[in-house]
Design a protein around this ligand. Structure first.
Ligand SMILES: [Zn+2]
Length: 183
């Protein structure tokens, strides 16, 4: 369904791009980090070129996370730098803090765990906020999940209500594009 004149990411990204982002996440979840990285790396510049720095930052972070899992230091550094540049372009520090916090959590539990402090420093000095690692369990009840939209308003990907992680403030980020599903 297309809505005329609505400048949403859905319109600007299109079905093929959306499919690739979703595949990237599925591959990451199944542990195929090399294939996941390939999807994220292909889509990040597309989002960047189409004026969606937030989506580009999210995808670059996901590429960096994939390389952390693979223990690929040089590629990790490259994609972290892209993610930082995109996050600065986007300018939403709260989101950036949360997004890099999720990356930091992945890095700590990866072959690149030794890079965690360097990552924290780099984000703090270049983005201007510390990465905020999600702590503890967010209490989520069934009604919270029931009230999620069936698809992301930004990228159009279906929302898997049983899978999404709630942030500490009760907000939810789209797994695929990093937009807020619910504030
Ligand atoms: Zn989305």
């Amino acid at each position: 369904m297309r809505r005329g004149g609505r400048r949403s990411a859905e319109n600007r990204l299109g079905a093929v791009a959306r499919q690739r982002m979703m595949e990237g996440n599925q591959l990451f979840r199944s542990g195929d980090y090399a294939a996941a990285a390939e999807r994220f790396e292909r889509m990040a510049p597309v989002a960047r070129d189409r004026g969606m720095p937030r989506v580009a930052a999210h995808l670059s972070v996901r590429a960096a996370a994939s390389h952390a899992k693979l223990g690929a230091q040089a590629a990790f550094d490259t994609w972290l730098d892209h993610a930082i540049a995109d996050a600065k372009q986007d300018g939403d520090k709260e989101r950036s803090s949360r997004m890099f916090g999720k990356l930091l959590k992945v890095v700590r539990d990866s072959p690149l765990a030794g890079q965690a402090d360097a990552l924290e420093q780099k984000v703090r000095s270049q983005v201007g906020v510390p990465p905020k690692v999600p702590e503890g369990e967010v209490v989520v009840n069934r009604s919270m999940r029931r009230h999620l939209p069936s698809k992301c308003a930004a990228c159009g990907a279906p929302v898997e209500a049983d899978e999404v992680e709630f942030n500490e403030d009760g907000s939810v980020d789209c797994d695929h594009c990093g937009s807020i599903l619910q504030g």
